[in-house]
Structures are given as structure tokens and as C-alpha cells.
Design a protein around this ligand. Structure first.
Ligand code: MV4
Length: 445
């Protein structure tokens, strides 16, 4: 058993990890920047170490500061949460070099999925469906034009070091190729210090459906069914749910098997997610793998009734997973409550929460680190918390969500609550009739 886990993160996920550690009898160390000295993760951890100034590079992304905190507190493992250093292969390696267990995958596993062209090649070898495309890097605009003609327009250019939409360009006609190629390359270079781009057939109006997987240290991998994350705005997820309203038992079977193949191909250890694009004919294609616990892991927890952080820690301890897959027994929906103004292009709205009333009651879960009087700092993401509802049916989960959103009172900052309230009454959302394009035409009243 781990005696002490250092949590290299902040906000709700730091609190989420502390909660599970408490239940497992594991001591916790919080690290915090000066901007987070009054945060709940600092108060609820057994020990807390200030690791620097507010900027991420001076604190939550600063490996020497975090390693020093781990050494002085004698932590035997580090949980990275999501974001920050969660998918940093160097950090995973440095933990290993210091005899501290990184609760997540090895550097090799992170690297195998970090470069998208490498990941795609690995998936093709493993027999996981991928979108047809250039295979390797594009060498020139001319080559891009020739390839696009073969593949057929529309195509999409993607950064090999990317993910999450940066350095991506749709190209609908040859006349747009030169501009798209140059801007995609420039954006990739500026964002990732790697300007390599590749090409794929553009899948129109897809759904984003991801499969949660878990792999142990002995090569066993299982899947924990899907989450539908199609409701996104500019690559920011706003709602996630499980099961997907678009799912069928047959599709779950084939996508689950493909996700297991994907994770097995890299001998994956820890919990992770295989993201797929699903077209209107229910063809599915590997998009990328997230080698971390995700924000939306809670919807899976609610529908399969398992604590994924506990599973992740047990895997890091060397426990075996049973090898059976898990299927949704309930329906769960998560709304991301952000300090953003949905009436003003979702502009961040940091500041002091003057009044807070959190919803409760049957089927309601709130994962949040905020309290009345808490000041949301401007330096990090704007998430206030996650509101999750669970019920026997999707319709009931939506109705419970509307009720819970109506109870949620947050004053002092603008929030995404009005957006979610309206969405819960939207006919297309309620009928499950949506793709990743949905929010492009959704108008807030
Ligand atoms: C695509 C695509 C259509 N066709 N690839 C967006 C983030 C990155 N992970 C991949 N993304 C996409 N890749 C092909 N071949 C459309 C998207 C996409 C998208 C995917 C999932 C969720 C929301 C999205 C919004 C816009 C574009």
C-alpha cells in the first residue's frame, strides 16, 4: 500500500484524489501556488507544500519544485490529475528515476500516443480503424494537393504533436490548400514546437464517443463502456454522458473491442481513454488516446458504480484487474459549471464567489472545490465544478439535471448554468439528435 500520495494538481481533481486516498487510508500531500493558498485541496490534505508563484510554469508545471515537495514530505507516489503534467513523459520518467510511483502510464506509453502519426501507425498495426489519410507527414503544399485529390475533398490537416483541435484546418477545395497548409504548420510550430502536419479525410458531422479503458501491469485490459462528448464548443467539452444516446449494444461491443486492442497494443497501464469519431452510419475511427484520468470520468463512475481513482491507485500498486468489461447500469450526465459568461462568447469570469448554494437530493453529485467567499484565480482553467446526475433513464437524468441546475446558486461570477438550463429543454438534445456541430447553431435566449 502507498503510505503517502502527493497530488501534483489543484482544484476539483486534487480534492477528488484526496477523497479516495482518505477512504483507502493513504496520507495526502497537496502542493499549491501562492494563488491557491486558500484552496480546499490545501485544507483537506494531510500536508501542504507551497511550490511557487501563480504561473503554471512556476508551480504546477514546475517539475523540480514538485519533486522537492515529494522528497521533503517522503511521498511514495504522485498523482498528476489531468492537465498540467499528467501526460508529460519526462515527468513520468523523473518520478521513476526517484523511486516515486507515477500514478499513470510509463513514459514509453505516453510517447506512443503523444505523437499522433506514431499513434495512428500503431493503431493500424493493431487492427483499430483509423480515418484514411496521408499516413506520414506532409512534405509540401504540392504533395498535399496530390494526396487530397486521391483521398477526396473535404480533408483535414492536423498537427502530429497536436490534439484537442490546435493546428487543425478543414480543407474543402484545392484552392484553399496552400493557405490551410501554411496556417496549420505555423500554428502547430507555435503551439507545440513541432510543425509536422498530416492529412485525413474529413468526417462530416461526427459524434465524439470515447471508450474508458483500464489496463494493469500484467497486460490485462478491460473497457468500462463509453462516454458521449459531442456537446463541445471550440474543443471545450461542456456536457458528457454515458451511455451515448447513439450507442447500440453491437456498436459498444465492437468499439469496446477496438479500444482494448488499442490499449493492449502499447501494453497500457493505468486508466485511459480511446477517443473515436463516429459517423452517421456508425462507422468509427480512432482519433487519439488520452493517457490520463479525465475530467468526465465521473459519468462512468456513476453508471458502472466504481471509483475510477481507486482503480487507478490499485493498478499503480500492482493489483490485477479482473479482465471483465463493465456496462452502464444507469444513465449519467455531467454539466461543466465554468466561471464563464455564456452570453458573452463564454468569456472567463474569474473573481469572488459571494453566494453559493449547491444542489443535492436524489441522483445528484457535485464535484467542486469552491466555497462561499472563494476567489477563482485568473491563472488557471475556469471550472467551478461538475454537476452530475444519475437516473434509470436518460430522460430522468435530464429532468434531474434541470432541477439541480435550478437549485444551483452562484453569485459574484458569471457561470455556464443558464446555458445548461436551456440545453436541458432543447428538443434535439433531449432526443439525442446531436453531433459535434450542435453548438455551432445553438442560440442562447
Ligand atoms: C476530425 C474531424 C473530422 N474528420 N478528423 C477535433 C479535435 C481533435 N482531437 C480531432 N478533431 C476532429 N478531427 C477528421 N478526420 C473533426 C474533428 C472535430 C471534433 C472532434 C471531436 C469533437 C469535436 C470536434 C469539433 C470540431 C472538429
Amino acid at each position: 500500500m502507498f503510505k503517502k500520495i502527493l497530488i501534483a494538481n489543484r482544484g476539483e481533481i486534487a480534492l477528488r484524489v484526496i477523497r479516495t486516498c482518505r477512504e483507502m487510508g493513504i496520507k495526502t500531500v497537496a502542493v499549491y501556488s501562492t494563488a491557491d493558498k486558500d484552496s480546499l485541496h490545501v485544507r483537506f490534505a494531510d500536508e501542504a507544500v507551497c511550490i511557487g508563484k501563480p504561473a503554471g510554469s512556476e508551480s504546477y508545471l514546475n517539475i523540480p519544485h514538485i519533486m522537492a515537495a515529494a522528497e521533503i514530505t517522503n511521498a511514495d507516489a504522485i498523482h498528476p490529475g489531468y492537465g498540467f503534467l499528467a501526460e508529460n513523459a519526462k515527468f513520468s520518467q523523473i518520478c521513476a528515476d526517484h523511486g516515486i510511483k507515477f500514478i499513470g502510464p510509463t513514459p514509453e506509453m505516453i510517447n506512443a500516443m503523444g505523437d499522433k502519426i506514431t499513434a495512428k501507425e500503431t493503431m493500424i498495426k493493431a487492427g483499430v480503424p483509423v480515418v484514411p489519410g496521408s499516413g506520414g507527414l506532409l512534405e509540401s503544399v504540392e504533395q498535399a494537393k496530390v494526396l487530397a485529390k486521391e483521398i477526396g475533398y473535404p480533408v483535414i490537416l492536423k498537427a502530429t504533436a497536436g490534439g484537442g483541435g490546435k493546428g487543425m484546418r478543414e480543407v474543402w477545395h484545392e484552392s484553399e490548400m496552400e493557405r490551410a497548409f501554411n496556417t496549420a504548420k505555423a500554428e502547430a510550430g507555435a503551439s507545440f514546437k513541432n510543425d509536422g502536419v498530416y492529412m485525413e479525410k474529413f468526417v462530416e458531422e461526427p459524434r465524439h464517443i470515447e471508450i474508458q479503458i483500464a489496463g494493469d501491469q500484467y497486460g490485462n485490459v478491460c473497457h468500462l463502456s463509453e462516454r458521449d462528448c459531442s456537446i463541445q464548443r471550440r474543443h471545450q467539452k461542456l456536457i458528457e454522458e454515458s451511455p451515448s444516446p447513439f450507442m447500440t449494444p453491437e456498436l459498444r461491443e465492437t468499439m469496446g473491442a477496438a479500444a482494448i486492442k488499442a490499449a493492449s497494443a502499447i501494453n497500457y497501464e493505468s486508466v485511459g481513454t480511446i477517443e473515436f469519431l463516429v459517423d452517421k452510419h456508425r462507422n468509427f475511427y480512432f482519433m487519439e488516446m488520452n493517457t490520463r484520468i479525465q475530467v468526465e470520468h465521473c459519468v462512468t463512475e456513476e453508471v458502472i458504480n466504481h471509483d475510477l481513482i481507486k482503480e487507478q491507485i490499485k493498478i499503480a500498486l500492482g493489483e490485477r484487474i479482473s479482465g471483465k468489461n463493465y456496462f452502464p447500469q444507469m444513465h449519467a450526465i455531467e454539466c461543466r459549471i465554468n466561471a464563464e459568461d455564456p452570453y458573452n462568447d463564454f468569456r472567463p469570469s474569474p473573481g469572488k464567489i459571494t453566494t453559493l448554494h449547491t444542489p443535492g437530493g436524489h441522483g445528484v453529485r457535485v464535484d467542486s472545490h469552491v466555497y462561499a467567499g472563494y476567489v477563482i484565480p485568473p491563472y488557471y482553467d475556469s471550472m467551478i465544478g461538475k454537476l452530475i446526475t444519475v437516473a434509470q433513464t436518460r430522460e430522468e437524468a435530464i429532468d434531474t439535471m434541470y432541477r439541480a441546475l435550478s437549485e444551483y446558486v452562484i453569485e459574484g461570477v458569471k457561470t455556464t448554468i443558464p446555458f445548461h438550463l436551456q440545453l436541458m429543454k432543447n428538443e434535439d438534445f433531449r432526443s439525442g439528435n446531436f453531433t459535434t456541430k450542435f453548438l455551432e447553431t445553438f442560440k442562447l435566449q
